[in-house]
Each structure stands twice: as C-alpha cells, then as structure tokens.
Design a protein around this ligand. Structure first.
Ligand SMILES: Nc1nc2c(c(=O)[nH]1)N[C@H]1C(S)=C(S)[C@@H](COP(=O)(O)OP(=O)(O)OC[C@H]3O[C@@H](n4cnc5c(=O)[nH]c(N)nc54)[C@H](O)[C@@H]3O)O[C@H]1N2
Ligand SMILES: Nc1nc2c(c(=O)[nH]1)N[C@H]1C(S)=C(S)[C@@H](COP(=O)(O)OP(=O)(O)OC[C@H]3O[C@@H](n4cnc5c(=O)[nH]c(N)nc54)[C@H](O)[C@@H]3O)O[C@H]1N2
Ligand code: SF4
Ligand SMILES: [Mo]
Length: 737
C-alpha cells in the first residue's frame, strides 16, 4: 500500500516537475520568459489600466523587448488620451524591492523562508487536504478579488469549487459592489449596469450620490467635463468633496439619511405630477405600492432627518423634474451602508418613475470600483455560478457542467457564504484553511483587529500576492509569488461593461508566476489537472467564458477572441454570436424597455429606513466617515506607495479631516497629531482642519492600515456588504497611541 502511494506520489511529482519546468521555460507566455511572445520588439501596444474600473487604455512602449514607458491611448473610447497619476505610474510598482520572487513557507520559528515551487505546491495540497480530511471539505475556503483578469477568476472559482471541493469563496468585491449587484438583480432581473460612458456627456442633469469621481474616477470626471449641455451637476454627499466643489448643487445631507431623502424626492415628484405614467404602466411593476409608501416622507420629515435646507431639497426635486435626460450615479457612499440595497433601489425607482432609463444621458448607474469588479461579479464563481447563473438551479448547473466538461456532481448546490460569514466560520472553528488571492484582508476588512485575530487562528493561511510585505502576507503560512498587471494576459470588464485586454509586456521577477499559471500548477498538484486540461492559456478560459455566457444577459459568445477585443478597442457585453459591433462603439441596455425579470418589467422595491447601527454617544460624539483620499493612492497602498512620484501627491502620515468648529472646541490645531478612538480601537492621525466635513463628522482615508481599527462591523442584510462609512468615534487632542 505504502509502495503504491509512493509510486503515485512520485508520478505526480514527476508530472508536476515537468510541468513546472515547462511553465518556467515557456517563452514569454509565462513568468520567466524573456520576450512576451505575442509582441514584436520595438512596438507600442495598448493595454487596459490595472487600477480603477474606468478602464483607460494605455499605450505601452517597448524598446527591443524591454518596456520603456507608457502614455494614455489617444484613440481609446474610454479615456480619449487621458490618464490619472496612477495610470501614468502603472509600471513602477512592478520593479519594487519587496516583490514576492519565490514561494515562502513559514518555518518552526514563525519566519517566512524561501522554498522552491514543487515544495510550495505539495505543501499547499498536503495541508489543505489534511484539513479537509479531518474537518470536511467545507473547512477550506478562499477569498479573491476584483483585480485579476476574468480568466484567472474563472479558473480559480472552477478549480477551488469543482476541483478542490471548497464550497465557500468570496472576494473583496463584497466590500465594494455586492449592494449594487443585489439591487440590480432584484429590480432588473440581472446584475446589469445599464449605461455607457457617453451618457456622462449626454445628460442635462447628473446626480452623483456617495461618489467622489474627481478622486476615485478622475477620467470619468473628465468625461463629465466634456458635457456640452451645461448640465446641472448634483452631488449628494455629507462631505464637501472635490466633486461637490465642482458641482452646481451640493446636497450635504446627514450621513445615512439618503433613503429618507430619495423617498421624499419621489413623493415630491409625484405631487408635482413630474412622473412618466406611460413608461411606468408599460415597463414597470409595483408603482402603486411605492407611491403609497413614499406618502410617509413629507417635506418636513425629510428636512428634519436629512438636515437639509428647504431650498436645497426643492432645487434637487426641480432639477430632476425639469431634466430631459437625467442620470443617477452612485458609488460607495451608497453601497457601503447597512441599508445600501434599498438606497440603490430608491435611485433605481427615481429613474424608472421619471422614464430616465434606456435613453442617452439617463440611467440608474452604479459605477464599479476595481479594474475588474464587473468580471468578478459575473465570472468568479463565488456567490453566482459562472456567467451570472445560479448554483441552486439544476438547469444552470447542467449547462455550466457541459460547457466546461466537468461532472455536474462537482458543482455545489448553493452559493458561497459571504466574506463576513467566512470569517465568522473561522471564528467558530469551522473553517481552518484559507487561501487569499489578490486582496489585503488584514488592512481592508472592517473592524480589522478582529479580522487579524481570526486570520491568526487558521491552521493554514495561503496568501497569493505580488508583494511579501502586505499586512496579510505577513500572517501567512505560505506565500505564493504572483505576477502583476503588465506581466500577464487576460481581460477586464470596466464599469460600462466593456471587455478590454491587459497584456504581458514585462516578465515577472524571480520565480513569480501569473495567477493563471499558479492555478494550473495547483490543479495538477491536487490531482485534478485533467479536469482543466483545456486551460492551457488565458484565451482558452476566455472561450469557456463565452460558452457559459451564451443565452445570458451578459452573453459574450459574439466576441470571437482577444484579437477582436484588441482590434475594436474593447467590446461591451452583451454581444451574441453573429451580432456585429463597430469599432469604438458605445451601447446601453434597456433601450426597448424590456428588463431581465420574468415579466420583462422593472420592479419598484422599497422598505422603511432603519436605525443607524452604531449611533453617536456622549463618549463617542463624532461620526467617522472613510473612503478614498487622493487620486494617487490605491487602497492598501501595496502598489501606489512604491512610486516616488505618487508619494509626492499624498500625505505620508494618516490624517483626519475635522471641521474648524469641532477643532476649536477640542483645542486642536491644524497639523497637530491627535488620537481618533472608537469603541474598538484607536489610531494616531494629523488633524486636517477643513470645511470639507461638517461639524460632528470626521473623515479618514482608507489607505492607512490603522483606519479599519476604528470601523464598526455592520452589514447590509441583503448584500452582506460592510457599512464602512459610519462609526462613532472621539478625537483626543493628544496622540496617545
Ligand atoms: N484614487 C483612487 N481611486 C479609486 C480607488 C482608490 O483606492 N483610490 N478605489 C476604487 C474602488 S475599489 C472604489 S469602490 C471606488 C470608490 O469610489 P467612491 O465611492 O467615489 O469613493 P469613496 O471615497 O469611498 O466614497 C465616496 C463618498 O461617499 C461619501 N459618503 C459617506 N457616507 C455617505 C452617506 O451616508 N451618504 C452619501 N450620499 N455619501 C456618503 C463619502 O463622504 C465619500 O466622499 O473608487 C475606485 N477608485
Ligand atoms: N474603511 C474603509 N475600508 C475599505 C473601504 C472604505 O471605503 N473604507 N473600501 C473597501 C473597498 S470598496 C475595497 S474594493 C477594498 C479593497 O481592499 P483590498 O483588496 O484589500 O486592497 P488592495 O490594496 O487593492 O489589495 C489588493 C492586493 O492584491 C495584490 N495584487 C495586485 N495585483 C495582483 C495580481 O495580479 N495577483 C495577485 N495575486 N495579487 C495582486 C496587491 O499587492 C494587494 O495586496 O477595501 C475596502 N475597505
Ligand atoms: S482613471 Fe482609473 S483606469 Fe484611468 S488611469 Fe486612472 S486608475 Fe487607471
Ligand atoms: Mo472597491
């Protein structure tokens, strides 16, 4: 028996060894290749940026086979020759000194030490399988990301679930887009952001809610600036952000009073007769109940709960009433709320009742965050089955199984636990092995002290990242070194549903491999190589994406391959087989008034506002808001902090925005170090005394690792998205941390 096992093992390792050697040698296609095989020397090639979901095209210039620099692509329909500072600096982090260049394994004294790939792979397999053997298959889970190509997400989600039997896997998209996903699915019948970027230019009224595009989507803001209709630009945000300053109307409401506000707006529009009854009758359902519901939100109530002046409220209503092409845009100020789904739906309701959908310059439009958030929504196989399908539906399971050639019995019969529930299962001792890919949980998750403690309790934590120095990698038992953007091929899907190519233009350092290659090696090592034999390179997976998407609202079967995406400068979904599309075209959804629900009608969905989970108290009298700080900082800063140019554009010290009135009362001077404390933790920050925040509020950017020591773990019940943008804190004028 032992002999048999040994033979089997050595065969496996032999195969794995050959494969590893093959992968490492393969020219260009993989990590250690010299010249990216598909690129000619001395050329310029266009690839999509790897930071935000805008999806700017970047022209990357090669001298010989070496990348020299990049410039924003002039003829790219998204960015029209523009890029923000992160885009210009996209190549810099690739050369950082702390890149993960070999697999690293924690030794007995708790230090991460370099090991070779065969040992890393066998350790992964042996330890995960041992945990599954002891506690059941569900005791191992994964957490992934909206920042790797769809092909890699697809491979990961298939390998982990169908191959390794991990039922649970979620991603940082939960922190970001889950609310919009649920809101769209319920109202439109599918997770389908309807717009195209031309809508920024064609609206005569743009309403931005909880969105700060000047900082978070600077090139989308450039598109707004190209609008020739002298639009009314409304910003609904408690803070007077850069975007609010540039707007024509700032609606500075009390944090988390959005639901009350938009129901009040709906009521006022109905009262003024400013609704499109024909549209409502032909294309929607549930309006009468909605009309009855919003009766409860009269102007007095709205003004009391939102803290707005009457004139501001009325101007907002009038703008929507008078607008011919009104578009509603929302981001994290909506999604990251304990009642975010209902706020998003309140915006959808406004668009539906005024007929502002399916026409140029209109829409209820959620802007995505990460470069491939939309890809992860459709193709990560986490809460949805691949291609926006349902795990619960046997017909869907059969379709996906046959498209992939995997046994239907390998497909779980329900979706995954959400991110917070996976952590909860770690807490309960039910999940013991965790594989984290391209997200930095120990910095970005809400109520971080708790999250770090939980990660520390795992029997086996694998972190697959470009860098060894991330807060999460430092907690890992095993680090798998990943190639980054610019070092691999694949596709991203941007906010307007456009599939675009990223390209391998540089080789990854040392032994680092693309996530795609790592998944292939792990599939072999796990013993399920044959199940994924067809996935030789990313484009093979792209064809699998086409196959599973067939017949879905996100059908991409008409996109024949990477060459077509490159030639047409990106292609928006849907594109069904046989459909034609022009180069640089822009398309929006719902132009025919038909939605993806069973009845074909969009739904009015609503609920009563709920109390704030952590209200301010005498001890913690200030509301903490968090979000993006500058256009030069990206999330947990593993990439952007590596650029000397970007570092010049933001404060190296954590800072807290505080209103002059509060600063005066607390005896805090501008620039002084203070302590910000919540019931869960505290941090040092410099006081940025500013009118950006109203009295009673403070704001700290999320880019500093301490910020999430303060946040309060409340979640939207329907979407399980964390409510990052409300916690009760106090500010102490001394820095006593
Ligand atoms: N430079 C840069 N750009 C980025 C990113 C980055 O890290 N850096 N990250 C990307 C990602 S993943 C995302 S998700 C997007 C996020 O993009 P945004 O959502 O635009 O950015 P945030 O700053 O998180 O939040 C937006 C605003 O919500 C407001 N807000 C807080 N509470 C409320 C409320 O109760 N009601 C309303 N109406 N507003 C509220 C905040 O004051 C803030 O100004 O940015 C993307 N772009
Ligand atoms: N307080 C507060 N917290 C927040 C938010 C907030 O507004 N307030 N916003 C939330 C939101 S919207 C988001 S999206 C999250 C973001 O949170 P995270 O996802 O944790 O942030 P990132 O810094 O983008 O982490 C990405 C990680 O992937 C690595 N990486 C980059 N490219 C690759 C690759 O190709 N392969 C691999 N394997 N690794 C790679 C990076 O080095 C980095 O460690 O933060 C959330 N946290
Ligand atoms: S706006 Fe977003 S996609 Fe465009 S260059 Fe900046 S980070 Fe990249
Ligand atoms: Mo995000």
């Amino acid at each position: 028996m032992n002999k048999l096992l040994r033979t089997a093992q050595s065969l496996l390792f032999e195969r794995q060894g050959t494969l590893t050697r093959e992968l490492l040698r393969e020219p260009g296609g993989f990590g250690l290749g010299q010249v990216p095989s598909r690129l000619k020397p001395d050329t310029t090639t266009t690839a999509v940026c790897g930071f935000c979901s805008t999806g700017c095209g970047l022209d990357i210039h090669l001298k010989g086979d070496q990348v020299v620099n990049l410039t924003p692509a002039k003829d790219y329909p998204v960015n029209l020759g523009m890029a923000c500072p992160k885009g210009w600096e996209a190549l810099t982090p690739l050369k950082a000194k702390d890149r993960a260049t070999t697999p690293m394994l924690k030794n007995d004294s708790g230090q991460l030490r370099p090991v070779d790939w065969p040992l890393a792979l066998s350790t992964f397999v042996q330890r995960m399988k041992a945990i599954q053997g002891k506690y059941g298959e569900e005791s191992c889970a994964f957490l992934s990301t909206g920042q790797i190509p769809s092909e890699e997400m697809f491979f990961l989600g298939s390998l982990a679930k169908f191959g390794m039997g991990m039922q649970h896997g979620d991603g940082n998209t939960r922190q970001c887009m889950a609310t919009a996903v649920v809101a769209y699915k319920q109202a439109f019948g599918f997770d389908a952001p309807p717009y195209t970027y031309a809508d920024f230019e064609e609206s005569d009224v743009l309403v931005f809610v909880g969105a700060n595009p000047c900082i978070a989507h600077p090139i989308l803001w450039e598109r707004v600036c190209r609008n020739r209709h002298q639009p009314e630009i409304v910003v609904v945000d408690p803070r007077r952000t850069e975007t609010a300053m540039a707007a024509t109307l700032h609606v500075s409401l009390k944090p988390k009073s959005d639901l009350c506000l938009f129901y009040g707006v709906a009521r006022a529009l109905i009262a003024r007769g400013a609704i499109q009854s024909d549209y409502i009758a032909a294309h929607t359902e549930g309006f009468d109940a909605f009309r009855a519901h919003v009766e409860n939100f009269n102007e007095e109530r709205v003004l009391a709960e939102t803290g707005l002046e009457r004139a501001v409220f009325e101007r907002l209503v009038t703008a929507i009433e008078k607008g011919k092409r009104v578009s509603f845009w929302w981001t994290m100020g909506v999604n990251q709320s304990y009642e975010g789904v209902k706020v998003a739906q309140a915006l959808i309701n406004l668009a539906l009742m005024t007929g502002n959908i399916g026409r140029p310059g209109t829409g209820a439009n959620s802007i995505t965050g990460q470069c491939n958030a939309m890809g992860s929504r459709l193709f990560s196989n986490t809460t949805n089955l691949l291609g926006g399908h349902s795990f619960e539906d046997p017909v869907h399971r059969e379709k996906v199984a046959s498209a992939l050639g995997v046994p239907e019995t390998r497909i779980p019969r329900s979706g995954s636990l959400a991110y917070d529930q996976i952590l909860e299962q770690i807490h309960r001792g039910k999940i013991k092995g965790l594989w984290i890919i391209a997200t930095n949980t120990a910095h970005s998750w809400i109520n971080q002290a708790d999250a770090r403690a939980l990660l520390g309790r795992l029997e086996f934590l694998v972190v697959q990242d470009m860098f060894v120095t991330t807060e999460t990698a430092e907690l890992a038992h095993l680090v798998l070194p990943a190639a980054g953007w610019g070092e691999k091929d694949g596709t991203f899907i941007n906010s307007e549903r456009r599939l675009m190519l990223l390209k391998k233009v540089a080789r990854a350092p040392g032994q680092a491999l693309s996530d795609f290659q790592i998944f292939r090696l792990l599939a072999e090592a796990w013993g399920v190589g044959e199940m994924f034999e067809k996935f030789r390179e990313p484009e093979d997976v792209f064809h699998a994406m086409r196959a599973v998407s067939r017949g879905q609202p996100c059908d991409i079967s008409g996109i024949t391959g990477y060459e077509m995406i490159d030639r047409l400068r990106g292609v928006q979904w849907p594109l069904r087989e046989g459909e034609a599309v022009e180069e640089r075209s822009e398309r929006r959804l719902f132009e025919d008034g038909r939605f993806f629900t069973q009845s074909g009608r969009a739904k009015f969905i609503f609920a009563d506002p709920r109390p704030i989970p952590e209200a301010i108290t005498k001890k913690y009298p200030l509301v903490l808001l968090t979000g993006r700080g500058t256009s030069a900082q990206w999330h947990t800063q593993t990439r952007t902090a590596k650029s000397p140019v970007l570092r010049k554009l933001y404060s190296p010290d954590p800072y807290v925005e505080i209103n002059p009135k509060d600063a005066r009362e607390l005896g805090v001077n501008p620039g002084q170090w203070v302590t910000v404390e919540s019931a869960r933790g505290k941090m040092r920050a410099r006081a940025h005394v500013t009118q950006i925040v109203s009295p009673g509020q403070v704001f700290i950017p999320m880019h500093y690792p301490e910020t999430n020591l303060l946040t309060f773990p409340a979640f939207d019940e329907e979407s399980r998205q964390p409510s990052y943008k409300h916690a009760a804190v106090r500010v102490l004028p001394s820095a006593s941390v």
